[in-house]
Design a protein around this ligand. Structure first.
Ligand SMILES: [Zn+2]
Length: 335
């Protein structure tokens, strides 16, 4: 799932799981709306999250802020997009059309949700991707049995239990709120393009001491889904109690452009396509795996063994069988 990479190796020591998922599909056959004729006055000086109106089948993306500019693609109705609004146009800041423009007249700005009180109803979609489902527990806690799972993109409606859990309507069962995104039914459009308010900072004390591509250092702030951060803190407390130090982390949330970097650098055999990594959902962590490190997070390493045995108590699970070509250091927050 990850495509972390050793700094010094001449060849990857481990085969990374490849999932050649097509980049965001663009409809070229659906009706294309005419350019927005009025001029919205809304201007944002910072990046906002926006959703293409569901009634729009295909929203043009152009090289500049005007209908006369060349059309380079389109966004499907309901897709999520990040950008800056100016004079009726959104300059896209993340995703396959970063740097391009689309008419703001067909967008609704998505604001940070108010804190959902216990008992309130929430709707959303399973944010996990890459074949990893969200766990549905029989009661609101990681320790309770996983009775079933929900595939990527599954629509859910439920009632808020507390800051971490939702009780599903209908069939019942409990999902961790971190595994559910509420921005768009098109979870691929959300992946790698999360607004800042949908992420929480990871304690820098967990940072790997080694630099890591692209551009990470021992002091770079990492981010994750906020529920995942809370669970990671609990995991790290237990890890430190067992080992005397935290489990070092190379990478957490990855933006679309970071994933593109890895996809371009390593190719589909070793990197998920942009939009198809659980790192892009803020729901994956790569523990330390740089060249010359200790064997702590290798297969059979003390840290890897501990995480495999105990990670599930905090919602973090490894998708690979022991000793396989998968990544010994990669864990998903699947609830
Ligand atoms: Zn990873």
């Amino acid at each position: 799932m990850s495509m972390s990479m050793k700094k010094v190796s001449t060849a990857p020591r481990r085969t990374k799981l490849a999932l050649a998922v097509a980049a965001i599909a663009v409809s070229t056959t659906a009706a294309v709306p005419q350019a927005f004729s009025a001029t919205p006055t809304a201007v944002s000086t910072t990046v906002v999250g926006a959703r293409v109106l569901a009634s729009v089948s295909s929203l043009n993306v152009r090289t500049g802020p005007g209908a006369a500019y060349t059309r380079v693609g389109a966004l499907s109705g309901g897709s999520f997009v990040l950008g800056v609004v100016n004079n009726g146009w959104l300059k896209i800041s993340s995703g396959p059309y970063a740097g391009r423009y689309t008419s703001a007249g067909y967008l609704t700005v998505v604001k940070p949700p108010a804190t959902a009180a216990a008992g309130s109803t929430v709707t959303g979609w399973v944010a996990l991707t890459g074949g990893i489902p969200a766990n549905v527990h029989t009661a609101p806690g990681f320790k309770y049995t996983v009775g079933r799972t929900l595939a990527s993109g599954t629509a859910i409606t439920g009632k808020v239990v507390d800051a971490d859990w939702i009780r599903l309507n209908g069939t019942g069962g409990y999902v961790n709120r971190g595994t559910i995104e509420t921005l768009s039914a098109n979870v691929t459009s959300v992946n790698g393009s999360l607004p800042a308010w949908a992420l929480c900072p990871v304690n820098r004390a967990y940072n790997s001491p080694q630099p890591f591509d692209p551009g990470y250092t021992a002091t770079t702030r990492r981010y994750l889904n906020c529920n995942a951060v809370r669970s990671l803190d609990a995991l790290q407390s237990a890890y430190k109690a067992a080992f005397g130090h935290y489990a070092s982390i190379d990478l957490a949330y990855r933006t679309y452009s970071e994933q593109q970097y890895w996809y371009t650098t390593l190719g589909p055999k070793y990197a998920n396509a942009p939009g198809a990594s659980n790192h892009g959902a803020g729901l994956a962590v790569d523990f330390q795996e740089w060249e010359g490190h200790t064997t702590e997070f290798d297969w059979g390493g003390a840290g890897s063994n501990w995480l495999r045995a105990n990670g599930g108590k905090y919602g973090f699970t490894q998708p690979y069988a022991y000793g396989t070509d998968g990544e010994s250091y990669h864990f998903n927050f699947a609830g």
